[in-house]
Design a protein around this ligand. Structure first.
Ligand code: CO
Length: 134
């Protein structure tokens, strides 16, 4: 079911500092910040030859990463995103396996304009997993 690693998302408190860290210290190509109000985050994409890193900073009052940053003030890996060929088939398989899909279970449009779902970290080794339609 799982395809390519689409991205690793890292929650950060200071987006400018984290962007500079990847761009200047680590020598990576980084995007301009992209505000995604419907997701409650501002994103900077770090482009790597084989995948992406997404730096996520909270945006607005109900950011889904606010609680994570309260627990992890220095930031940290928030989720990893795998591609799947068929997001609905993937969801149905997870539910049939007794695994929790977050939210309503209906895919939402993710940061790349494609349908995504999130899987409960307690069902997946303590890792929040995002599935994205390939
Ligand atoms: Co993501």
């Amino acid at each position: 079911m799982l395809g390519r690693l689409n991205h690793i998302a890292i929650a950060v408190a200071d987006l400018d500092a984290s962007t500079a860290l990847y761009r200047d210290t680590l020598g990576a190509e980084v995007s301009e910040p992209d505000a995604l109000p419907e997701h409650g985050v501002t994103v900077v994409f770090v482009k790597l030859p084989n995948t992406k890193v997404e730096l996520l900073a909270p945006l607005g009052d109900n950011s889904p990463i606010a609680a994570f940053l309260e627990r992890n003030p220095a930031g940290g890996i928030h989720h990893i995103c795998y591609e799947v060929e068929d997001i609905f088939a993937a969801r149905d398989r997870m539910l049939a396996e007794g695994r929790r899909v977050l939210g309503s279970g209906e895919p939402k449009t993710g940061a790349h304009g494609k349908p995504v779902l999130f899987l409960h970290p307690k069902d997946f080794g303590g890792t929040l997993i995002e599935l994205e339609q390939a």
